[in-house]
Ligand binder design. Structure first.
Ligand code: AMP
Ligand code: GLY
Length: 429
């Protein structure tokens, strides 16, 4: 089969690695891909949002199967464009990707179908939002309705901070139109777990659990980022919690979407908080997480192409989804200054050390090729999050030690990372 991946970050690199090793994959394309994906696929410089050019390219190359991985193109209907052109596609249509693209939609869905989540109110004007805040107690949770690169959630400790947050989101439009509506949510406490699920619209198969570290600094300090590292599985996601979520969250959500005429095919990412009152949904995403994919996919035993095709074909009930009985940790190597401001273009050294190194992976997030000496290409930093270093181990502790050892193999100017990815597991287990 000829397969094409739409996207160009670490998540897409992890997907590309799994797709490329499938016996079903004869030829792999990526749009736009990146310097790491280029080792596995032919990369074509088309924007993930340019549906017309993507479809034209796929037709020209007789692509049999397309995987649309990032949130923005899914929310904009890029999967629809492929499907409407008669090309088999993995990823939800726009009318289902709304479960991520509108927090107000997903909160209303959860309320209507009794899916456990925080209490909330939605506002379309700043004055009403502020009046409501005055009746609530700190901390205040404000969520811009639309997609905001994972940065549209503000947790405010004081009323003044919350009012300023409403001003930023709804009046100053810090996140653009994503802030036309705001959800104000009850503050919850507990451990967070990400559970990514394959779905064909009827059947839903949860993958192994993972946990992200979103803050930039050690000890969960500093600004929110796209994710500084992950581990899988989460020891806090017990069999009992899994059973509760299978009954009350995953299947119920897929059935709710179907009942609303919004058949969900692809990956449903359930961000959960394990509260004292039981698991609650923090958010849904309509795609693999990044960097959750970088720890979950290396542990998948199945042929990912078979599973993804079953999602598209509606035959997921025939799949026996299995994961290795091991653990994985991914440490993000970022550019110092991320997520605020940082320099790009530094040469990355040590990438070859990962070649053929069993149980170790280097997934490119923000890299590109540049001209080196003697006409050779070199790989340089091209983003805030640069590389994800993933290592497997028989336990989380071992995977963590392996991952941190492997980060030493890579060198570039302004290299920055957190030193406590998965640390809680050392303390508590
Ligand atoms: P979200 O994008 O909705 O997952 O929110 C980003 C982060 O904000 C989550 O990973 C949580 O750490 C935090 N958060 C979101 N909603 C709540 C809530 N209701 N109570 C406490 N923390 C929250
Ligand atoms: N790592 C969080 C996300 O992908 O949304």
């Amino acid at each position: 089969m000829k397969i094409m991946i739409v996207g160009g970050g670490g998540r897409e690199h992890a997907i590309a690695w799994a797709v490329a090793k499938s016996p079903k994959c004869e030829k792999l394309y990526a749009a736009p891909g990146n310097a790491g994906i280029a080792e596995l696929a032919e990369c074509v410089d088309i924007s993930v949002m340019d549906a017309d050019s993507l479809v034209a390219f796929a037709k020209d190359k007789s692509v049999d199967f397309v995987i649309v991985a990032p949130d923005d193109p899914l929310a904009a209907g890029v999967a629809d464009a492929f499907l409407d052109a008669g090309i088999k596609t993995f990823g939800p249509r726009k009318n289902a990707a709304i479960i991520e693209a509108s927090k107000a939609f997903s909160k209303d869905l959860m309320k209507k179908y009794d899916i456990p989540s925080a209490a909330y109110e939605t506002f379309t004007d700043a004055d009403s939002a502020i009046k409501y805040l005055e009746t609530q107690e700190a901390p205040y949770v404000l969520k811009a309705d639309g997609l905001a690169l994972g940065k549209g959630v503000l947790i405010c400790q004081t009323l003044d901070e919350a009012k300023a947050g409403i001003q930023e989101i709804m009046v100053d439009k810090k996140f653009g139109d994503a802030g036309n509506k705001v959800v104000i949510e009850e503050f919850m406490t507990g451990r967070e777990v990400s559970v990514l699920c394959f779905s064909d619209g009827k059947t839903i198969l949860p993958m192994t659990s993972a946990q992200d570290h979103k803050r930039a600094g050690d000890g969960d300090t500093g600004l929110n980022t796209g994710g500084m590292g992950t581990f899988s599985p989460s020891p806090f996601y017990t069999d009992e919690i899994a059973k509760f979520c299978e009954e009350n969250v995953y299947q119920r959500t897929i059935d709710a979407m179907a009942a609303e005429g919004r058949e969900f095919k692809g990956v449903l990412f359930c961000g959960l908080m394990l509260t004292e009152k039981g698991p609650r949904v923090l958010e849904f995403n309509a795609r693999f997480g990044d960097p959750e994919a970088q720890v979950v996919i290396p542990r998948l035993k199945n042929d990912i192409v078979e599973v993804m095709e079953a999602c598209a074909d509606g035959t997921l009930d025939k799949i026996d989804l299995q994961f290795e009985d091991n653990a994985a940790v991914c440490v993000m190597l970022a550019s110092d200054g991320y997520p605020v401001s940082y320099k790009k273009g530094f040469e990355i050294k040590g990438l070859d050390a990962f070649k053929e190194k069993e149980g170790y992976f280097i997934f490119h997030s923000g890299t590109k090729f540049a001209d080196g000496e003697n006409g050779e290409k070199k790989v340089v930093t091209n983003g805030g999050r640069v590389l994800g270093v993933t290592a497997l181990g028989s336990t989380l502790k071992e995977a963590r030690a392996n991952a941190y050892k492997a980060t030493e193999l890579i060198d570039f100017d302004n290299k920055y990372m957190r030193h406590d990815i998965g640390k809680a597991i050392d303390d508590e287990n």
